[in-house]
Design a protein around this ligand. Structure first.
Ligand code: ADP
Ligand code: TYD
Length: 210
């Protein structure tokens, strides 16, 4: 279990698909196994990135263009990487991150104009790090949207783009798994939280002992 093959793990998927729940459950399970684990999230995860998060998730849907969003998400990610993720990995911790660069590839890169090249180039130049393992939780967008909006968090700017946008995101995440087959694992999110967590833990352990 000390094999660092899966030291940086990310969760991806549409809004309300269960990422935060699964990220938390996996962190609990790894800690119970004695693995020093840091749980973090994007946008956010460091003081500066949390400030930028508020600019991104609150307010009117068309507040920012997709290009401006890519720049803001990258700025937040750079701060998160420098202040939180890299120091934790250097200390030998396992890092679980609720969303990372794949969200930018799909949300900004594939749904509101063809900006995937910009997202990829900026990532390569300013972040330059991919996760070791990415769980993409797949979920019916209608169910996920209802779950997300039911939370009534005041952070619904992206949910407010509506169902068609969530459908495009779901297709985008599915296609992304094909772009990065070495690290992406598709997970069926239409099960109980416990069943999904068992599945994820089994797949992770299979990688760690490989
Ligand atoms: P995300 O981080 O992807 O937006 P969350 O983990 O916050 O999703 O879950 C969204 C909502 O759905 C929460 O209210 C959560 O309790 C609920 N939820 C999460 N996983 C499941 C599941 N497997 N079955 C039913 N409800 C779930
Ligand atoms: P998050 O808090 O994870 O939302 P949720 O719990 O609803 O899944 O993320 C906030 C919003 O930011 C979410 O709608 C997805 C969006 N987002 C992007 O558009 N691009 C990105 O690079 C990231 C990290 C998030």
């Amino acid at each position: 279990m000390t094999d660092p093959a899966a030291q940086f793990i990310t969760f991806e998927g549409i809004d309300g698909s269960g990422k935060s729940t699964q990220a938390r459950l996996l962190a609990d399970r790894l800690r119970a196994r004695g693995i020093d684990t840091l749980l973090t999230r994007e946008p956010g995860g460091s003081d500066g990135a949390e400030d930028i998060r508020r600019l991104l998730v609150e307010g009117e849907a068309h507040r920012w263009s997709a290009v401006t969003e890519i720049l803001l998400f990258n700025a937040a990610r750079r701060d998160h990487l420098e202040k939180t993720i890299e120091p934790a990995l250097a200390r030998g911790q396992t890092v679980i991150c609720d969303r990372f660069a794949d969200s930018t590839r799909v949300y900004q890169g594939a749904t509101r104009g063809d900006l995937r090249l910009l997202a990829d180039r900026l990532h390569e130049l300013t972040i330059g790090r991919e996760p070791d393992l990415t769980f993409i939780i797949e979920m019916d967008p209608e169910v996920a949207l209802a779950r997300g909006l039911a939370r009534n968090s005041g952070e619904d700017r992206f949910e407010s783009f509506g169902l068609e946008f969530q459908n495009a995101l779901a297709r985008g995440f599915h296609a992304l798994a094909g772009d990065f087959p070495g690290r992406c694992v598709l997970i069926d999110g239409a099960r109980s939280s416990a069943a999904i967590a068992d599945d994820i833990e089994t797949r992770l352990l299979a990688r760690m002992t490989r």
